[in-house]
Design a protein around this ligand. Structure first.
Ligand code: AKG
Ligand code: FE2
Length: 296
């Protein structure tokens, strides 16, 4: 039977409802695959709905929004507080000393080298590939692989402390971000092929988006993000901060950190960011999002 590669409003509601209840993305992907959804499609769509920020904004809209973001920031909307991130040149976690290469104060952004060893990067990619492969057992006669080739970015998730290896990374990342492990969402792995990109977006859930409410119920607002690069990208694929005129080149094991929600729940629109298109090679990242409260 032909695999399903589109999503009905009923399935959309089902996804939002179950994500809101705290079901793991992988469990939802499994159900969809069982119900004859194309595995890569299921993976991409669950990823899309698991972060309402993933709604790709047209470049024009992002540009038009830029002015008002600057104006809003200039009018002093967001109150900066002492960063969650600790000061100093080196941040010591239980198993690693991580160098802070650069910091920006407003918004709070930092760059780290060597958050992950090369072996850990390779292992995360290997585990993710295996996972995607496992859920992509497509009948070879359907020829669905062509559709998969068209998809320029897809991902998978690990639940917090899923294995000893993941737990070790979750702990290190939480110590680096100076925020409790249990407030973290499971590590998300993303793979972009040539042309793959992530249009400028906010990682927080805008209060005014109707879709945000379901996300905010579990763990509250997102407060900070760590994007870790799992490989060197031949060309393209930088993480861009359009409001800051800044680009971070992907470097294996390195990471960019930013925080955007203060203690009163205000969010900082200057943290608008995106992943520029990969021009040559491919790009693998691992992302950790932290919440205000325990996330389950
Ligand atoms: O691909 C990138 O560099 C950015 C990724 C990102 O924005 C995210 O995972 O939230
Ligand atoms: Fe993001």
């Amino acid at each position: 039977m032909e695999k399903i590669t589109s999503i009905s409003p009923e399935w959309q509601n089902w996804l939002l409802e179950n994500l809101g209840r705290g079901c793991t993305p992988q469990s939802l992907i499994d159900v969809m695959v069982e119900k004859n959804f194309d595995p890569m499609f299921a993976s991409a769509i669950v990823f899309h709905f698991s972060s309402s920020n993933n709604q790709a904004r047209p470049a024009v809209a992002a540009k038009a929004g830029a002015q008002s973001i600057k104006e809003k920031a200039a009018s002093g909307g967001y109150q900066y507080e002492t960063p969650r991130l600790l000061p100093g040149n080196v941040i010591h976690t239980n198993d690693r000393a991580i160098h802070v290469v650069q910091r920006v104060a407003k918004p709070v952004v930092a760059f780290f080298d060597n958050v992950l060893s090369h072996e850990e990067c390779d292992e995360l990619i290997r585990l993710s590939e295996a996972r995607l492969k496992r859920s992509t057992i497509v009948d070879p006669t359907t020829g669905k692989d062509a559709v998969i080739d068209d998809r320029t970015s897809f991902g998978t998730f690990f639940t917090v402390n899923e294995t000893e290896f993941i737990a070790k990374l979750d702990r290190r990342i939480a110590e680096l971000m100076n925020w409790p492990v249990e407030n973290g969402e499971g590590l998300q792995i993303l793979n972009y092929k040539v042309g793959g990109e992530y249009k400028p977006h906010f990682d927080y859930f805008p209060e005014t988006d109707p879709g945000s409410q379901v996300h905010l119920r579990n763990g509250g607002q997102r407060v900070s993000t760590l994007v870790m690069y799992l490989n060197d990208v031949e060309e393209g694929g930088a993480t861009t901060f359009p409001e800051l005129g800044m680009q971070v080149g992907p470097k294996k094991g390195a990471a960019v950190y930013f925080e955007y929600t203060n203690s009163s729940g205000q969010v900082d629109p200057l943290t608008l960011h995106g992943g520029a298109p990969v021009e040559k090679g491919e790009k693998w990242i691992a992302t950790k999002w932290m919440r205000q409260r325990k996330f389950s």
